[in-house]
Design a protein around this ligand. Structure first.
Ligand SMILES: *Cc1c(COP(=O)(O)O)cnc(C)c1O
Length: 472
């Protein structure tokens, strides 16, 4: 019994034989000799194991084909594009905002060429990174001055570290939020070197609470947009405008962390109002911080806008250098912000706004159109139907609001031997992974963010129903 597999092993092709097959030499050309050889060795080792288990001896071409499969999988980028059918337009785990064409073009040229990043083309002298965005941001927000850093978490950190290092930062207990696990306001405040002074209670904070807390050790008063949660019921908060006048009377700066922030009035597009940066400035905040890749619709970035004197102090903070953005993001931000100069075409050109404002009737028509194709691709074991559903903005903007949308709902046919979890996994395994959301015993595809319909269909044609077998 033992002699047989051993004799088989002797018949296995050599690494050299495998590399000399047509597939083997294609592999060398495409992936390089070193990597191709390593893949062939690995495929050969697997074949040896299989032979010991009683499998037939493979041909050299078969082993080469296995190696090429492995090489193709390894070559796929780790950061892969996906179809976001979750219904959350600004999905933090799926990269938030997609950039406008104009921004992509600007990044492309900044990527390939030298750019006048810190070089004043008029005087020929050294320029400042912030010069590229300052006047645009001020024009769009009504602020006196502006700077941009890595993200809004960095913006908050830098502001606190500049104005409240070793001093007190006053904040309402109702605004000590945690966002996405890794951003907890009290922790960021402490790491910035500020002494956190909590005022009020979880549900109610009054003007007198702030007044009583402000003293000689106060570096700043912080107001935070509670983003992904709301306190409902018996509540009281001190509005930004009133808080600004309290802070002003005591001679301390008010910093307003808007989170998403927005430069357009969502109400003008039929959505619920979300505070704009311009309003936060007009309400009297000395500094306002907000993200670049939430409702603004640009790349990851954090803006700090407001008083010239305070921004000068921020620019002198050596930490700013550690948090700065590169030329690619500056290019994307400049191009994105310029789109705001033409509000009439904004909803067409800025993907975030375009997706948020897609009419549900249009999405429903798309669902009708796609249902038969998706049913066909998924096969007999699943039922695919159109469905009305609700999308959300995501990233902490309008957390309680949902937007009427439409999509497809996929259920498992009983007795079909397939499971919903396995279906979701098989869809994630596609060339372009398709990410829906599981709701009860169904997989829902909200089609709000599906713009590349042809690409979606071509991609789904590669679906392997066998991959959705129940894991039992
Ligand atoms: C999202 C958010 C942040 C963090 O912003 P990032 O750009 O993700 O770093 C900070 N504060 C608030 C209120 C937020 O909503």
């Amino acid at each position: 019994m033992t002699a047989l597999p051993a004799r088989r092993l002797r018949d296995l092709p050599s690494v050299d034989q495998i590399l000399k097959t047509p597939l083997g030499s294609t592999a060398i050309q495409r992936f390089g000799r070193q990597v191709a050889t390593a893949a062939v060795r690995a495929a050969l080792a697997a074949a040896r194991e299989a032979c010991l288990g009683g499998a037939a001896v493979p041909q050299p071409g078969d082993v080469a084909a296995d190696a090429v499969e492995q090489l193709k999988v390894a070559e796929r980028p780790s950061l892969r594009p996906v179809f976001n059918l979750t219904g959350t337009v600004l999905h933090t785990n799926l990269g938030r905002a997609s950039l406008a064409e104009e921004a992509v073009e600007a990044v492309r040229s900044a990527m390939c060429e030298a750019v006048a990043l810190e070089f004043d083309l008029e005087t020929g002298k050294r320029g400042e990174r912030d010069d590229h965005l300052r006047s645009l941001v001020c024009e769009l927000t009504g602020a006196e001055d502006a700077t941009v850093v890595n993200n809004n978490a960095a913006a908050v950190l830098l502001v606190l570290n500049t104005l409240a290092l070793g001093r007190e930062a006053i904040v309402s207990r109702g605004e000590l939020i945690e966002i996405g696990g890794s951003f907890r306001m009290p922790e960021i405040m402490a790491r910035a070197g500020a002494k956190v002074v909590e005022v009020g209670t979880t549900n109610r904070t009054h003007p007198k609470d702030y007044v009583a807390a402000i003293g000689r050790e106060t570096g700043l008063v912080l107001k935070v947009h509670t983003s992904n949660y709301r306190v409902e019921g018996f509540t009281a908060e001190v509005r930004a405008r009133e808080l600004a006048s309290i802070a002003k009377a005591q001679g301390v700066p008010l910093v307003h962390d808007l989170g998403s922030g927005t430069l357009f009035d969502l109400a003008a597009y039929g959505l619920k109002h979300e505070p704009t940066v311009r309003e936060a400035i007009a309400d009297g905040a000395d500094l306002v911080t907000f993200s670049g890749d939430k409702l603004l619709g640009g790349p990851q970035a954090g803006f700090i806008v407001g008083s010239k004197a305070l921004l000068a102090a921020i620019s002198r903070n050596p930490m700013k250098r550690a948090l700065r953005v590169d030329k690619l993001r500056l290019a994307a931000l400049e191009a994105t912000l310029k789109l705001y100069r033409d509000p009439d075409r904004l909803a067409e050109r800025l993907p975030t706004l375009r997706l948020l404002t897609r009419p549900s009737a249009e999405i429903a028509t798309q669902a009708e159109r796609l249902a038969p194709m998706v049913a066909n691709a998924l096969g007999e074991a699943f039922v695919v139907e159109t469905v009305e559903c609700r999308s959300q903005v995501g990233s902490g903007a309008l957390p309680l609001e949902t937007i009427p949308s439409a999509g497809l709902v996929v259920r498992v046919k009983s007795g079909g031997g397939k499971s919903l979890g396995a279906l979701a996994a098989a869809l994630r395994g596609l060339r372009v992974p398709v990410i829906g959301r599981i709701e009860g015993r169904a997989l829902v595809f909200d089609l709000r963010c599906l713009e590349d319909e042809a690409g979606f269909c071509a991609n789904l044609a590669g679906f392997d129903p066998g991959g959705a077998d129940a894991l039992v």
